[in-house]
Design a protein around this ligand. Structure first.
Ligand code: GCU
Length: 556
């Protein structure tokens, strides 16, 4: 049987010479300096070390070292031998270490988050460094599902459904290592034994009267069991269909289902981006309380566990790579490898419907042939790896709506900040109405909008840029009303569900934070605007008195 051994405990961390401290994973070295403002957080190379004894394993079994997230570049050394390098701070990677194992093993991981060709390099969030997700040894039988290919699971499930008959076909593929001759697949009380040919096995199940995965109303999950000799895996999947249209917005299982949600960065005050399972669960509980039916997981690949929670609770997800703000000629391969890992590792999640190619990439780069070519390659790669989902492009508000970059992805969205950084609230309405009139057949979404808010600030005369809770409410009252009148906006995402670290910021009475969250970074305060969305989106009846923090009033 496959077994996982957790290696999170008892590491030594060294940042600079002679500063060797004992730590446990998950860990980031920017948990303090990445959140305190000044844009001076440590970006460099640090060393993580750990000793572990050789796990007992049978003749022929294989042992993999698995990292779920190391930002941004990892150089892995085992018993003084370099065994792997990984470039990309947000995806899982594994290394077969079977033949390198001794009775006692010394593991060294040099990690760096310095300026280089690995995205992200320019954006409004802290690029934390560290081994900030779990590390395991994975021991598998000689014949096992592939583990070393782009961090994938070696199992791919592609359900399709005919909505009129509810008849679904579930196409299952597996890639195996070793000399196995067949794989046993099982789902929906059906079993199929399939021959392995050149390490690959596939089959197709038919499910009559399929139980659909229907968003937050009924996120029904099937499970698929796959067994090759002694190795066994269970994968959840959901049967659904969706469309992105220009006139009816987002369609889920044949019905209009406007994606109305929030976005999230993976960090919080106490720990930076070294989140625990409980912290992921708390974030999901808050997102469900506000009544969002969708989430934009910006601006990079999030933890596997969080996509699992989206599957479980029916929250439709936008997944993306950190190709952001500034195009780098030397970064093209990194965009392609991050997109390949994002898709291969997350293909089976029913909650994910789109792959984001880039975010505001024209903010600091001109639209030239090199930039367009990088996007065409990403778009083609995504379609090749996953013909079942759509690609999207999130553009900055200053990008003209006839730019050629808008002809690449399947669907476009804009990040607009009229009424916060500049201009008037009504310009958001005008922007989308202009697009919809000029391009009635091109879907359009609203991938970001928000206003910074310090819940300690209040005013009886709120105005744009004052960081008051009062203005955030006025702002979102307008946006909610504008959105509710435009169902053809296929998605809308409040930027952001939570305040998050942007060490280059120093404003609104806080150091190092972007305060556009509906909730503070420590998850302790749900700002008044949180309850505005809860009143509009959630079915839970409640009473909430606003401006309760406005106690030191200098007028009646
Ligand atoms: C941009 C960008 C975000 C950023 C936001 C803001 O749209 O995509 O990453 O945080 O603006 O300025 O708050």
């Amino acid at each position: 049987m496959r077994r996982k051994i957790n290696l999170n405990d008892n590491w030594y961390f060294t940042k600079e010479e002679n500063q060797r401290v004992e730590i446990h994973l998950p860990h980031t070295w920017n948990a303090v300096d990445g959140i305190d403002g000044g844009n001076d957080y440590y970006r460099g190379t640090c060393l993580y070390e750990k000793e572990f004894t050789k796990p007992s394993f049978e003749e022929g079994e294989r042992v993999y070292l698995e990292f779920e997230g190391v930002a941004m570049k990892a150089t892995v050394i085992l018993n003084e031998k370099e065994i792997g390098i990984h470039e990309g701070g947000y995806s899982t990677f594994r290394i077969d270490i079977t033949d390198e194992l001794k009775d006692t093993n010394r593991l060294k991981v040099f990690v760096n988050n310095e300026k280089n060709h690995i995205y992200p390099q320019s954006a409004d969030f802290t690029f934390y460094g560290g081994i900030y997700r779990d590390v395991h040894l994975v021991v598998v039988p000689k014949n096992h599902f592939t583990l070393a290919y782009k961090g994938g699971l070696g199992i791919k499930v592609t359900p399709t459904v005919h909505l009129d008959t509810r008849c679904a076909t579930v196409f299952v593929e597996a890639w195996v290592e070793g000399e196995a001759k067949e794989v046993l697949f099982e789902t929906d009380n059906q079993k199929i034994n399939v021959e392995v040919e050149a390490g690959y096995a596939k089959c197709e199940f038919v499910i009559e009267d399929a139980h659909l995965w229907d968003g937050i109303n009924d996120p029904y999950l099937y499970s698929l069991n796959a067994k090759v000799d002694e190795d066994e895996l269970c994968v959840n999947y959901g049967i659904r269909s969706f469309e992105i249209t220009s006139d009816r917005g987002f369609i889920l299982n044949g019905k209009e289902y406007p994606l109305r949600g929030v976005s999230r960065h993976q960090d919080r005050s106490e720990v930076g981006n070294a989140l625990t399972k409980e912290m992921h669960e708390e974030d999901m509980a808050i997102i469900r309380e506000v009544g969002a039916n969708s989430i934009r997981l910006a601006h990079y690949q999030h933890a596997q566990y969080f996509y699992d929670l989206c599957d479980k609770y029916g929250i439709i997800a936008w997944a993306e790579i950190p190709y952001i703000t500034m195009h780098m000629s030397e970064g093209r391969e990194n965009t392609l490898s991050q997109m390949e890992e994002l898709i291969i590792q997350n293909y089976n999640h029913p909650s994910i419907v789109v792959w984001g190619l880039s975010n505001e990439i024209t903010a600091a780069s001109i639209v030239n042939e090199e930039l367009l070519e990088n996007h065409r390659k990403l778009n083609d790669l995504a379609h090749k790896l996953d013909p079942t989902r759509k690609t999207v492009l999130a553009s900055a508000f200053m990008l003209e709506i006839d730019s050629p970059i808008l002809d690449i992805a399947d669907a476009n969205t804009y990040n607009l900040y009229f009424g916060w950084y500049l201009g008037d609230l009504v310009q958001n309405d005008e922007f989308f109405d202009e697009w919809h009139e000029k391009y009635p057949n091109k879907p359009i979404g609203f991938s970001e909008y928000g206003a910074d808010t310090n819940p300690a600030y209040h005013s009886t005369k709120p105005e744009r840029g004052d960081y008051t809770e009062s203005y955030q409410c006025l702002y979102h009252e307008h946006m909610l009303d504008m959105i509710e009148k435009r169902n053809w906006l296929w998605c809308t995402y409040v930027w952001n569900m939570f305040d998050f670290a942007a060490d280059g910021r120093d404003e609104g009475g806080k150091h190092g934070q972007n305060q556009k969250g509906l909730v503070t970074m420590d998850r302790q305060i749900k700002k008044d605007a949180f309850y505005l969305y809860k009143a509009h989106w959630s079915k839970e009846p409640f009473v909430y008195i606003t401006e309760r923090r406005y106690v030191n009033r200098n007028e009646k």
